[in-house]
Design a protein around this ligand. Structure first.
Ligand code: FEO
Length: 141
C-alpha cells in the first residue's frame, strides 16, 4: 500500500491534493486485488484509477504549457514520463481485460505502480513544484 508522507509534497496545493487522491485510488485497487474481489470490480477500480491519472497528468501539463515562458526546463522529459506511464498502464489494462488478475499480474502491477509513482514524484514532480512556487508563490502552501 502507498502511504502519503510529507516528504512527498511538491508544495503546490492542487498537485499535492491530486497525488493524495491518486494514492487513495491506487490503494483501493490494490486492496480489492488483495482481497480477491470480483474481476469486474477490479476492472472498474482500475479504470477509475486510470481515468484520474490521465486527468492529473493533463493538469500538470497545463501548468507546464501555461508557464513555459518562465523557463521550466524539464517539460519534455516530464511529458515523456507521463506518456510512458499511460502506455504501460494501458498494457496492464489490456491484460486485465483479457483474463482475471493472476498472482504474477498482481505482483508486477503493484511493484511497478508504487515504484513508478514514488520515483516520479520525488525526481520530477518536485522539480515542477519548486518551479511553480518560485514563479507563482500563491500556488504554494
Ligand atoms: Fe504527478 Fe508528473 O505526475
Amino acid at each position: 500500500m502507498l502511504v502519503w508522507t510529507k516528504d512527498l509534497s511538491v508544495g503546490v496545493v492542487e498537485i499535492d491534493d491530486q497525488h493524495r487522491e491518486l494514492f487513495g485510488r491506487i490503494n483501493r485497487l490494490l486492496k480489492a486485488i488483495d482481497e480477491n474481489a470480483a474481476a469486474d470490480e477490479i476492472r472498474t477500480l482500475f479504470k477509475f484509477l486510470e481515468t484520474y491519472v490521465v486527468k492529473h497528468f493533463g493538469d500538470e501539463q497545463r501548468y507546464m504549457d501555461q508557464y513555459e515562458m518562465y523557463g521550466y526546463s524539464d517539460a519534455a522529459r516530464h511529458k515523456s514520463e507521463h506518456a510512458s506511464f499511460i502506455s504501460s498502464i494501458g498494457e496492464f489494462r489490456a491484460d486485465l481485460e483479457a483474463a482475471p488478475p493472476s498472482q504474477q499480474f498482481v505482483t508486477e502491477f503493484a511493484k511497478w505502480m508504487i515504484n513508478w509513482y514514488i520515483m516520479h514524484i520525488q525526481h520530477i514532480d518536485k522539480g515542477l513544484g519548486a518551479f511553480l512556487r518560485k514563479v507563482f508563490p500563491v500556488l504554494g502552501r
